[in-house]
Design a protein around this ligand. Structure first.
Ligand code: DQA
Length: 154
């Protein structure tokens, strides 16, 4: 491939979707989630995305329907992958699961904490079965590993 066509190739778009209370990272339950905040996670993801040659769009919401809207928008605007931490909605949201299914965009689910080491109600994920994979328990690294795995698939 010529140099020109290589540089003019369009980069794939990935939606990074953060669910409820993740805007409170750094302040909330620091024993579980650590001191890192969402801005720092997004910054490190952005740096990694530049190495991987993809473009990230970041969204966070505390509202279930808004997360559904972001997934629906992604399906319309040519987004190639979704990196999602549905947070508490992981364990409850049929709506987010259905939105991921309808969007037909490969998604990877990530969690900062290891949800299987925590309370029993967190052991069940309604969203993971409609994702291509799940990374859980590695703190910020869950996001970075999840992005690498997603880009590798798309
Ligand atoms: C979380 C785990 C969820 O159970 C919890 O409700 C969160 C964060 C995590 O990243 O470890 O809000 O998704």
């Amino acid at each position: 491939m010529s140099k020109k066509s290589k540089t003019s190739r369009k980069k794939k778009k990935i939606l990074v979707l953060h669910g409820p209370n993740l805007n409170m990272l750094g302040k909330r339950e620091r024993k579980i989630y650590g001191k890192i905040n969402l801005e720092k996670i997004n910054l490190d993801l952005k740096l990694l995305s530049e190495e991987l040659g993809v473009v990230l769009k970041f969204k966070q919401s505390n509202i279930e329907g808004e997360l559904v809207n972001f997934i629906q928008e992604a399906a319309k605007n040519g987004t190639s992958g979704i990196l999602i931490n549905p947070a508490a909605y992981t364990h409850t949201s049929v709506a987010i699961r259905d939105a991921l299914l309808a969007a037909k965009i490969p998604a990877v689910e990530v969690h900062i904490s290891n949800i299987y080491q925590r309370e029993e109600f967190r052991h069940k994920s309604l969203t993971a079965p409609v994702c291509i994979g799940q990374v859980t328990g590695f703190g910020k690294m869950s996001y970075l590993l999840g992005l690498m795995a997603l880009v590798n698939r798309i």
